[in-house]
Design a protein around this ligand. Structure first.
Ligand code: ADP
Ligand code: MG
Length: 267
């Protein structure tokens, strides 16, 4: 009921695709920034050993000593690892390089797929938690999928886009059947769209035919300001709010929030 205290944050969304460089981290930090701008309390969990979400939000390496790795292996409480960012309403659990070895350590552990879900059960006061997944379908990503209510998939408009996604869809299905029955596909966002390239159009049309209205209307264009922003330690929405990349992420956030409100009303 609405009166009881939530044991989980209102909504946990994993941003996943086992391909690297498709826009997971960019989507995570800009979606989170746009959500925070609408007065939502948002937490990003950086689950990628490369730590691009942490870097992209200007979090110094020295501040990452206690991170998502320690949460997963049970050496830290999630709440102890949360850092503030320069963006009001947006906090981050950083990652660390140790995370690249976590896979091997986790295999030995009990309830190895549920460790993030259990850690998130102790943290209550966020409207949204976005989990930035590594470019693989390993135990880190499985932990994210088990913890999440929904998964959002950034898809780069290139030739093998659909081929790669079938593997991800199977993994989502397996997690739903065995570990997290409420997991759903939140949506697919087409990224790095190049309108001068026919292939982009063709891939986008294929993806829409296959996934229907799971695909967001908003398409993220290839935009140089987006690629510049991380080196300034800022989401593009802060670096240059007027560029076409920022405009697209603002539209995407409003579509996501609309979809989220519908889900909430339904259920
Ligand atoms: P992933 O997290 O899936 O590996 P990233 O979000 O880190 O992907 O994006 C990969 C690289 O491409 C980064 O350098 C990022 O700045 C850049 N990038 C992401 N989206 C765009 C875009 N729409 N236009 C231009 N560059 C982009
Ligand atoms: Mg990334």
């Amino acid at each position: 009921s609405s009166s009881s205290a939530p044991t989980k944050p209102a909504r946990i969304i994993a941003i996943a695709n086992q391909k690297g460089g498709v826009g997971k981290t960019t989507t995570t930090i800009n979606l989170a920034t746009a959500m925070a701008a609408t007065k939502k309390k948002v937490l990003i969990i950086d689950l990628d050993p490369q730590g691009n979400a942490s870097t992209g939000l200007g979090i110094d390496r020295s501040a990452r000593a206690v991170n998502s790795y320690h949460v997963l292996i049970g050496e830290a409480q999630l709440a102890e690892t949360v850092l503030p960012t320069d963006i009001p309403g947006l906090s981050l659990v950083p990652s660390g390089v140790d995370l690249s070895g976590a896979e091997i350590e986790l295999v030995e552990m009990e309830r190895r797929e549920q460790r993030l879900a259990e850690a998130l059960g102790t943290i209550g006061s966020y409207d949204y938690v976005l989990i930035d997944c590594p470019p693989s379908l390993n135990l880190l990503t499985v932990n994210a999928l088990v913890a999440a209510h929904a998964v959002m998939v950034p898809l780069q408009c290139e030739f093998f886009a659909l081929e790669g996604i079938s593997h991800l869809v199977q993994t989502i299905e397996r997690v739903r059947q065995a570990l997290n029955p409420e997991l759903e596909l939140q949506g697919i966002v087409l990224t790095m769209f190049d309108k001068r390239n026919n292939l982009s159009e063709m891939v986008a049309a294929d993806v829409r035919e296959f996934f229907g209205d799971k695909v967001y209307k908003t398409v993220i264009p290839r935009n140089v300001r987006i690629s510049e922003a991380p080196s300034h330690g800022k989401p593009v929405l802060i670096y240059d709010v007027k560029c076409t990349g920022s405009e697209a992420y603002i539209h995407l956030a409003s579509e996501v929030l609309k979809r989220e409100r519908k889900l909430k009303a339904a259920g």
